[in-house]
Every structure is written in structure tokens, then in C-alpha cells.
Write a protein that binds this ligand. Structure first.
Ligand SMILES: NC(=O)C1=CN([C@@H]2O[C@H](COP(=O)(O)OP(=O)(O)OC[C@H]3O[C@@H](n4cnc5c(N)ncnc54)[C@H](O)[C@@H]3O)[C@@H](O)[C@H]2O)C=CC1
Ligand SMILES: CC(C)CC(=O)C(=O)O
Ligand SMILES: [Mg+2]
Length: 351
């Protein structure tokens, strides 16, 4: 079993280190190969996603990814910016289905941005499309007829892109509470109208799943009003990006939400995928030793479950994280004082 480890920038290496310690402690004979990505790769090799890194990622059974993003690189041309590395990996490896589960761990109810009785009901899965939408459309700057500057990014989805993510979401709903809410902006956007039409067509294959639709502005509101109403949410790349950061605060912190990005490729052990916390490189706290590594540790659990066929070990990691939280091991993001390594130690002790 081969895992590519791409720590990236900012807190990426700090949180990835803790997840790697957890994987190593399980002693599963996994071979870990580290490679540079993001701003770190740009500084060392002149490109945020060097071809050698992409080869290591492609050649693995699964990828553990930290985060990319470096304020020093914000003035670079778009194709050289650190963020292009994660976009490039998702696109090059056809990882189109991003699963972002959000559930309140026991004991965290009081640490949510919501009232405890509202937060405690959260157990949802955001299925975010990852290969299309405005992130990958034609973009650029142009001069308007009056001589002023314009920026543009084309939003589009093809029928096949919507259909394949809809199938993933319906199947996920079948394995959970059998309720799927498709989030779009079909009252304004043609991209969303197509999205809605294709999701409705796909529903015919899943008569056991109840499908509803919600506009994204309402969904943002419902997520804080009554998040317990959601089981599986399927949405596009941009809306899913935003709603998942919002969901993270509903469960307590962005430092808690893990993710899996999957495609269709099967390996000898499971489905090939990339696993990363939903947060970014957090330059504001990088190097200070108090980034919460739990989202990355939980991402490692998803890696074991989906890509390496190690469900029992994934359960062990999730249980250990839950126990650490119940025992009051909380990072600063959750109102506690535990540092990055201390949180890693606490999870390891409870494995
Ligand atoms: N997949 C990726 O690699 C992503 C990269 N980014 C990049 O990261 C950089 C920073 O972006 P931001 O908008 O600031 O988002 P961010 O997610 O990095 O940080 C947002 C806020 O949450 C806090 N935070 C994030 N993760 C945390 C953790 N594990 N523990 C405790 N606090 C945590 C940060 O300190 C910050 O105040 C940018 O360059 C951005 O493009 C952003 C999101 C995803
Ligand atoms: C940095 C972006 C490309 C991605 C992002 O914010 C995310 O995937 O959550
Ligand atoms: Mg994001």
C-alpha cells in the first residue's frame, strides 16, 4: 500500500505530521512517500505542482494532502500560485467527488457557534462536485468599451459532470438517511437549471431516496437555523466550498472537518482518492504550534477506509479523536489550549 504525503504550505506540514504519526502507529505496512506541493514546491522547483509530485501522487493508492497557499505567492501569475496545485491534482487525477462529512462529536455541542440543542442534531454529508463550475471555466481580464477593467470567470457544468456527481450523492444517501438535498441557484443561473434538471433525471434510478431542492442562499441560512434537517447535500464546486466552511463552524471549528476527494479509479485496496482537511494553510497561525490537526487526522481515517480497505483502523482513529475530545483535549480553535503536537499525542494515546 502506497500513500503519497503532500504537506504543502503554512500549517499544512504541521497538521500532516500528526496524521502521519497516527498512520505509522497503526503499523499497517503502508509505504509513505513525501513530495513538495504548493508554494513550497514553487520556491524549490519553480512550479506549485511539479511533474515529479504529480507522478508520485498518481502512482499511489491514496494521497494525504495538507494545505497550500502562501501570501508571498499572491502576486504570481495565476497558473503559478500555490492553489493551482490542489486544483491541478483534483483535475489531473479526475477526483470529482468531494465528500465532506460534518457531525458533532460528543462533548463538542457547547463549542459550536450554534446553540447546543441546534448543533447536537448535525450529522450531514456535503457532496461537492470538484472538477467543474466557475473554478475551471475560462477566466481573464479584459477592457470594457469605456476603457475600464473587467474580470471574468465562466461558470458552466456539462450534463455528464452533473450526472456522475448526482450518482455519487444518491448512492451516499442510500447508505445513510436516504434523503438528498440538491443545492443550486436555478432561479438565476442556467448552469444551476441544468444541474437541477439532471439531478431530477438521475433520481429515477433511486426511488428509495427522497430528493429535495434548495437555493444556495436559503441553504446557507438553513444550515445555521436547523442543520439537523440535512442528511446528504449535493452541490457544485463553488457553493460546496462555501457551505462546507460554514458547516465546520456549526460543528465547532474548521480544524475539525475532514474530506475525501474520489474518482472512479479502483486500486487493489479500494477507491483511489485524495484526503485533506477542508481548511487552508492558515498563514495567520502557521509556525505557532497551535493548529488543530484533528481534521487531517480524520482525513487519514477516511484514506484508510476508502482507499486502503482498512475500515476497522479508520474506526479506531475516529474513536480515538472522539475520546480525546470527550477528555477535554481541545485546541485553541475550540476554546482550549492544546497545541498541535499535544493533540496528536492525545489521539495516539487513545488509539
Ligand atoms: N485545500 C487547500 O489547500 C486550501 C487552501 N486555501 C488557501 O489557504 C490560505 C489561507 O486561506 P484562508 O482563507 O485564511 O483559509 P484558512 O482555512 O487557511 O483559514 C481560515 C481561518 O481558520 C483558521 N484555521 C484554519 N485551519 C485551522 C486549524 N487546523 N486549526 C485552527 N485554526 C484553523 C485560520 O487560522 C484562519 O483564521 C490561502 O492561500 C487560501 O487560498 C484555502 C482553503 C483550502
Ligand atoms: C484553495 C481552493 C482552491 C480550494 C478550497 O478552498 C477548498 O477546496 O476548500
Ligand atoms: Mg475552501
Amino acid at each position: 500500500m502506497k500513500v503519497a504525503v503532500l504537506p504543502g504550505d503554512g500549517i499544512g506540514p504541521e497538521v500532516t505530521r500528526e496524521a502521519v504519526r497516527v498512520i505509522e502507529a497503526l503499523d499497517l505496512g503502508i509505504s509513505l512517500q513525501e513530495a513538495p506541493v504548493g508554494g513550497a514546491a514553487y520556491k524549490a522547483h519553480g512550479h506549485p505542482l511539479p511533474s515529479a509530485t504529480l507522478d508520485i501522487a498518481r502512482d499511489s493508492d491514496g494521497i494525504l494532502f495538507g494545505a497550500v497557499g502562501d501570501p508571498d505567492c499572491d502576486a504570481l501569475e495565476r497558473h503559478l500560485r500555490p492553489e493551482q496545485a490542489i486544483l491541478g491534482l483534483r483535475k489531473e487525477l479526475t477526483l470529482f467527488a468531494n465528500l465532506r462529512p460534518a457531525k458533532v462529536f460528543k462533548g463538542l455541542e457547547d463549542h459550536s457557534a450554534l446553540r447546543p440543542e441546534v448543533a447536537s442534531a448535525i450529522d450531514l454529508l456535503i457532496v461537492r462536485e470538484l472538477n467543474g463550475d466557475v473554478y475551471f471555466g475560462e477566466k481573464g481580464f479584459r477592457t470594457a468599451p469605456d476603457g475600464s477593467r473587467e474580470g471574468y470567470d465562466i461558470m458552466s457544468y456539462s450534463e455528464s459532470e452533473v450526472r456522475r456527481i448526482a450518482h455519487v450523492a444518491f448512492r451516499a444517501a442510500q447508505g445513510r438517511g436516504k434523503r438528498l438535498c440538491s443545492v443550486d441557484k436555478a432561479n438565476v443561473l442556467e448552469t444551476s437549471q441544468l444541474w437541477r434538471d439532471v439531478v431530477i433525471e438521475t433520481a429515477a434510478d433511486y426511488p428509495d431516496v427522497t430528493l429535495t431542492h434548495m437555493y444556495v442562499d436559503n441553504a446557507a441560512m438553513q444550515l445555521v437555523r436547523n442543520p439537523g434537517q440535512f442528511d446528504v447535500v449535493v452541490t457544485g464546486n463553488l457553493f460546496g466550498d462555501i457551505l462546507s466552511d460554514q458547516a465546520s463552524m456549526c460543528v465547532g471549528s474548521i480544524g475539525m472537518l475532514a474530506s475525501a476527494s474520489l474518482g472512479e479509479r479502483q486500486t487493489a485496496h479500494g477507491t483511489f482518492g485524495l484526503y485533506e482537511p477542508i481548511h487552508g494553510s492558515a498563514p495567520d497561525i502557521a509556525g505557532k504550534g497551535f493548529a488543530n490537526p484533528m481534521a487531517t487526522i480524520l482525513s487519514a481515517a477516511m484514506l484508510l477506509r476508502h482507499s486502503l480497505g482498512k475500515s476497522a483502523e479508520a474506526d479506531r482513529i475516529e474513536t480515538a479523536v472522539g475520546k480525546a475530545l470527550e477528555d477535554g483535549v481541545l485546541g485553541r480553535d475550540l476554546g482550549g489550549s492544546a497545541g498541535t503536537t499535544e493533540i496528536g499525542d492525545a489521539v495516539l494515546e487513545r488509539l
